[in-house]
Design a binder for this molecule. Structure first.
Ligand code: HEC
Length: 210
């Protein structure tokens, strides 16, 4: 008589455990903003440095800027520059449907030397192989105070986070249209942010000013 009862108790326990882990999995899915594969866009080392994301050119293309400067006089440059911005595809899709950048967003911005004359080109600007640097803007609330961090790669394969006192953070947070990013310069995304009303208060003030 005792055996069936024990069996029943064991069965009930197993069912309860299975349900608990199922519920746990659902909860984990709900709290993880992005699927597991996008969490591995970047490889971090124990000291906090990040490995250069070699495949960033396969991410979603966001925009390019030519000779952009941010002060009235501009910076004296002896050559032209074009920058290209990419973001990991999962983050781009998430932004398209919500107007927000999810945790796990990684932007890469590359600066390339541009030239006017070469091959058959006699005017305008084209990009060259000369890469002057790649910078990242990364959203990961579990790692960075304030949610975001910048990284800059020169010739090195590993880069530490740029300290929070750097001008990168000040300019991006006071002028970026959405969540410290420059969506006002991203032609396919600014209308998404406008529709979802995710434009920052600072940006709205700036654009309203006469
Ligand atoms: C004076 C303002 C200013 C400063 C300072 C600045 N940025 Fe930016 N940043 C911009 C603008 C404007 C864009 C949009 C560029 C474009 O449209 O090509 C941008 C775009 C970016 C992007 C693309 C993703 C995004 O956030 O929109 C990265 C990455 C980036 N900057 C990195 C840096 C790093 C690293 C530093 C500091 C070393 C820095 N920036 C300092 C104005 C600034």
């Amino acid at each position: 008589m005792k055996r069936p009862i024990l069996l029943l108790v064991a069965l009930a326990l197993a069912l309860a455990l299975a349900f608990a882990s199922y519920a746990g999995a659902i909860e984990a899915e709900r709290t993880t903003a992005l699927p597991a594969r996008s969490q591995s866009v970047l490889r971090y080392f124990p000291d906090g440095r990040v490995a250069f994301p070699k495949s960033y050119r396969e991410w979603t293309y966001v925009t390019s800027g030519a000779d952009m400067t941010y002060s009235p006089g501009g910076m004296a440059m002896d050559h032209h520059m074009i920058d290209n911005v990419f973001v990991n595809p999962d983050a781009y899709r998430a932004f398209e449907s919500t107007g927000r950048w999810p945790d796990g967003t990684v932007f890469a911005r590359e600066d390339r030397e541009a030239r006017t004359k070469g091959s058959i080109a006699r005017g305008g600007l084209f990009q060259t192989e000369t890469l002057e640097g790649v910078e990242l803007h990364v959203k990961d609330a579990s790692r960075f105070k304030g949610g975001w961090a910048f990284f800059a790669f020169g010739n090195h394969d590993l880069a530490p986070a740029i300290p929070a006192s750097a001008s990168c953070y000040t300019c991006h947070s006071s002028h970026g249209a959405v969540d410290t990013t420059f969506v006002q310069f991203y032609p396919t995304l600014i209308s998404v942010a406008t529709a979802h009303r995710t434009l920052s208060a600072a940006y709205l003030r700036e654009t309203r000013a006469p």
